[in-house]
Design a binder for this molecule. Structure first.
Ligand SMILES: [Zn+2]
Length: 279
């Protein structure tokens, strides 16, 4: 990277894409890594619009479990380092975070709300109305980890989100067949998650961001889930210097300038520290 003069006020744009690998050290394994099965259901069979239409209670049992697991996990050194980097004053960097993760760990590490990740696959602490698609903060689990109906708060939402007019207070809601109805349309709510066969969210924001990157960094992504897998190449074609932090090499090695092999918890803090020395 060239040395920037003190008189230059043009900030470098650093765009970071994170995947499941960044949460591995928080104890949240990928479902694929665990054989892709949940109670003898293929994950593909419970995380689809068809599954929800057929058996919403089954789908909500799956997502109740995932909400509880996410709530029990803690942000690790990689999440903390990214949040700290965004919260410090770096005169030479504008940081943007895109995540494929729905586990809310980036947001929970980001106590001052400076990181504001773009959650392209949705988020476990949100639900939406199946009729008008209004999105709500919702950290309720309807079932416990054993699959028993046991409505409970998971505390995945922070104080600001709980104070939002779009936070679902379940004691105020009407229920039908054990599941709540949306306040807006009195229709069922579903997890605000991109299911198999559905399109990622916020692509209209993400594409220009990736194209504008001076530095593009992937952390803990397998490089096989599209469209995210194409972002490295898109950034590279548009002139970004590209970095990849991962345990294993990923299929896009031809468009990676710097590959940093290792765990996110160890490598991400060091990498961000090295960026500071450039500024
Ligand atoms: Zn509605």
């Amino acid at each position: 990277m060239s040395h920037q003069g003190m008189d230059s006020k043009t900030n470098k744009i650093i765009v970071i894409l994170t995947g499941a690998g960044i949460s591995a050290e928080s104890g949240l394994g990928t479902f694929r890594g665990a054989g892709g099965l949940w109670e003898n259901h293929r994950v593909e069979d419970v995380a689809t619009p068809e599954a929800y239409n057929k058996d919403p209670l089954l789908v909500w049992r799956f997502y109740s479990m995932r909400r509880i697991q996410a709530a029990n996990a803690k942000p690790n050194m990689a999440h903390e380092a990214l949040a700290n980097f965004a919260n410090e004053e770096h005169s030479n960097f504008d940081i943007h975070l895109i995540t494929q993760n729905v586990d809310v760990l980036h947001q929970r590490a980001d106590r001052f709300h400076r990181l504001d990740p773009i959650c392209m696959h949705g988020s476990l602490h949100q639900s939406r109305c199946t009729s008008c698609e209004t999105v709500y903060f919702d950290d309720y689990a309807y079932f416990d980890l054993e699959g028993n109906y046991a409505p409970q708060n998971t505390e995945l939402c922070n104080a600001d989100q709980k104070a939002s007019p779009h936070y679902l207070h379940h004691y105020k809601l009407d229920y039908r067949n054990f599941l709540p109805l949306s306040p807006c349309c009195k229709q069922p709510i579903r997890p605000h998650i991109v299911w198999f066969g559905e399109n990622p969210m916020f692509m209209e924001k993400i594409i220009p961001l990736v194209q504008s990157a001076d530095l593009f960094v992937t952390i803990g992504t397998s490089g096989v889930v599209y469209p995210a897998a194409g972002f490295l190449e898109m950034a590279k074609i548009n002139g970004a210097k590209t970095f990849c932090i991962n345990q294993e090499l990923i299929p896009q090695s031809g468009v990676i300038d710097v590959f940093i092999q290792g765990s996110a918890g160890e490598k991400v803090p060091k990498f961000l520290e090295s960026l500071k020395n450039l500024s």
